[in-house]
Design a binder for this molecule. Structure first.
Ligand code: SAM
Length: 279
């Protein structure tokens, strides 16, 4: 690697940015807006050095050659935003207990956490199911939570289920920490009975969903905002096909269903909005 590159900040020209935007869109569906060169530079600077690349042109040449799948995955991973916390959008979790779990008729109940980041969302679902089962013996005896994300690195963190004191303070109270976690040298570790309902899997939402099976509920929150309208519309349409009749889709509280999505009806209850697939 040349000396200048170890010292100098990466530069992303308008032309490189254009090519990079196209790469990211093809690889993940993520759409970068105009003028986000600074974001590319700040997210990729360290990564280029790790891969002995000195500038954007070299990176783009490597990516277009398609030989280095690890580099491709690392670049996508670096460009994702993994912000999440426990019981995010609290009304959604209340609706699981007051509406959706009581409606369940199938023995086997399957929930998909479709962009699960470091695990707080699927583990919060598992905690909610645990609480429901304690109060309703014999109900929801066979529940599976499939938690997917495009990023292998973030999924490794999620599978480990160990959180710093700071991240375990975001959305949890003392009672929940005591009930659902062991203390750990690094903070807190999710207990096995909560972990055991969750199966983590690497999965890109722009790919075919057929291999995942059918679901009663899908959480697809705070990820569609990164996609252009056509990709968002396509993902929502395909989700309607893998939901069982009458199944529910959860979007983030600041997200909305595109007007053109006719497969769902809106349900607004107890401060939360969810979408039921039409029968
Ligand atoms: C902001 S987090 C949302 C986490 C959680 N759903 C929540 O609402 O707290 C967005 C997640 O989407 C993932 N992601 C981005 N593009 C994706 C794609 N094409 N397929 C699957 N996951 C993707 C990112 O890796 C990141 O972990």
């Amino acid at each position: 690697m040349n000396q200048a590159a170890t010292k100098n900040q990466l530069v992303c020209s308008a032309e490189d940015y254009c090519v990079f935007k196209q790469f990211l869109s093809n690889a993940s569906g993520i759409e970068l807006g105009d003028g986000k060169e600074y974001l590319v530079v700040s997210r990729l600077n360290g990564l280029l050095r790790q891969h002995w690349l000195t500038n954007m042109k070299e990176l783009l040449a490597e990516l277009s050659a398609g030989r280095n799948l690890r580099l491709k995955a690392s670049v996508v991973e670096a460009m994702t935003t993994n912000e999440t916390f426990w019981f995010r959008d609290a009304p959604h979790f209340r609706l699981l207990t007051t509406k959706i779990f009581p409606e369940a008729t199938n023995q086997r109940f399957r929930i998909w956490s479709a962009a699960c980041s470091s695990g707080q969302e699927p583990y919060s679902i598992s905690m909610q199911a645990h609480g429901y089962r304690m109060c309703n013996p014999g109900r929801l005896s066979d529940i599976e939570i499939v938690a997917t994300d495009i990023s292998a690195g973030i999924l490794n963190e999620a599978r480990r289920g160990v959180y710093s004191g700071l991240s375990a303070s975001r959305g949890l109270d003392d009672e929940q920490r005591r009930r659902y976690f062991f203390t750990h040298a690094e903070g807190y570790e999710v207990k096995p009975e909560i972990k055991s309902r969750v199966r983590f899997q690497e999965f890109n939402l722009t790919r075919d969903f057929a291999s995942l099976g059918r679901f009663d509920v899908i959480f697809c929150r705070n990820v569609l905002i990164y996609f252009p309208p056509a990709v968002k519309q396509d993902i929502i349409q395909r989700m309607s096909k893998v939901l069982r009749p009458g199944g529910y889709l959860f979007l983030g509280s600041t997200e909305s269903m595109p007007a053109s999505s006719k497969a769902f009806e809106m349900v607004s209850e107890q401060g939360g909005i969810i979408y039921r697939v039409k029968k």
